[in-house]
Design a binder for this molecule. Sequence first.
Ligand code: PLP
Length: 460
Amino acid sequence: MRTIIEPFRIKTVEPIRMTTVEERERLIREADYNLFSLKSEDVLIDLLTDSGTSAMSTMQWSALMQGDESYAGSPSYYRFEAAVFDLMPFKHIIPTHQGRAAEHILSSIVAEEAGKGAIVPNNTHFDTTRANFEDVGIVALDLVTPEAHDPELDYPFKGNMNLEKLEALLEAEGDRIPMVEITITNNAVGGQPVSMANIRGVRKLCDRFGKPLIIDSARFAENAYFIKLREAGYQDKSVKEIVREIFSHADGMTMSAKKDSFSNMGGWLALNSDEWAEKARTRLIMTEGFPTYGGLSGRDMECLAVGLEEVVHEDYLQYRIRSIQYINERLDALGVPVLKPAGGHAIFIDAKHMLPHIPPLQFPAQALAVALYLEGGIRTVEIGSLMFGRQPDGSEKPAAMELVRMAMPRRVYTQAQADYIVECFEQMVARGTDQITGLEIVKEPRSLRHFTAKLRPVAL
Ligand SMILES: *Cc1c(COP(=O)(O)O)cnc(C)c1O
């Protein structure tokens, strides 16, 4: 087969600045070995996140000019609504400024109905979803399939819900469960997809126990494409048909449009329940805005409407999924321990295996992230003991895994840039990774320390 190429050409370019190793040594020292403290201008390839970092198309930029900023009843709102309902045929849509605002509204409605001690199961809650439920006193429970926990296991749908556990929970604690949620793709376990059979299985249980099913949908198009590639019976269906089928099984959705909508900002909550939608709109007016714009400007809604059409194009999705697989395969061939198979939006490196000489509480994944920046100006993010190590009682406990995540912005980097990322690893490995030293914390805030902590290399 021929190389899968970028299905676009570049009309507007955004220059990136080259730096030398010496400059980067100084810059990372000045940033206290925390990549969040770097200026983005000092980063060559920025893989910190795929959220809000997509490149917009010519059609999106021209739609932006058609934004109608009327307070009520803007045509931009109706175009946005039509684009959402074309893929996700729910009854109501509530536009928000980003995904977590939709989650905040949903969790407050659910908490009001469910009362104390409620439980919301999910395949795996994303951080903000968990935080929003916990904030209103709801237990956010993760019931992911056991295959997700084996980083080496090549399993097609590692994002799935564990249906046996969900059934047991609904049987034992049904009264305490106001809704069931599925996250597609399952971000917290590496952007791994959920199969249609699994979604149908969850729907069946929801029907049996009379529970609404909500889909946390940030990467719905990537998930649908994985279903087309990997699930029997879907090869001849279009991605759009698969997307429609996914949402036909749900009673509502929350969306971060900063992912699979090619938007730099935006989100929504969609619902079938008239009662929940009315409550949601009341809250929307208090916290976001009037129901025909919510947290968005007219021009944002125009860009979103076009982005939703583009994100289900199969040549785009083929390039998207393949470009991530490509880096994963090449790193794997170099002996770099990557999580397998590659997920839909990022490559994950197991730093515990790559740097076995660095103990967990010297933050091997942060050390690897710093080394990658020094090597080639690449910015990644640690998902390990720096992020999760500090316990509520103040003690320190190593995280289950020490990962470096390389999240790929959509339509932003080229094939040569992908090769450059691989070459940086190649040269690092050739020189010997036992030169890389661990880090210690000099100063940290009380919570969410990974964003602002100051670190330094441990003295040898
Ligand atoms: C990003 C994300 C969110 C939160 O959305 P924001 O737009 O960042 O507020 C929720 N769920 C999942 C699965 C996400 O990836």
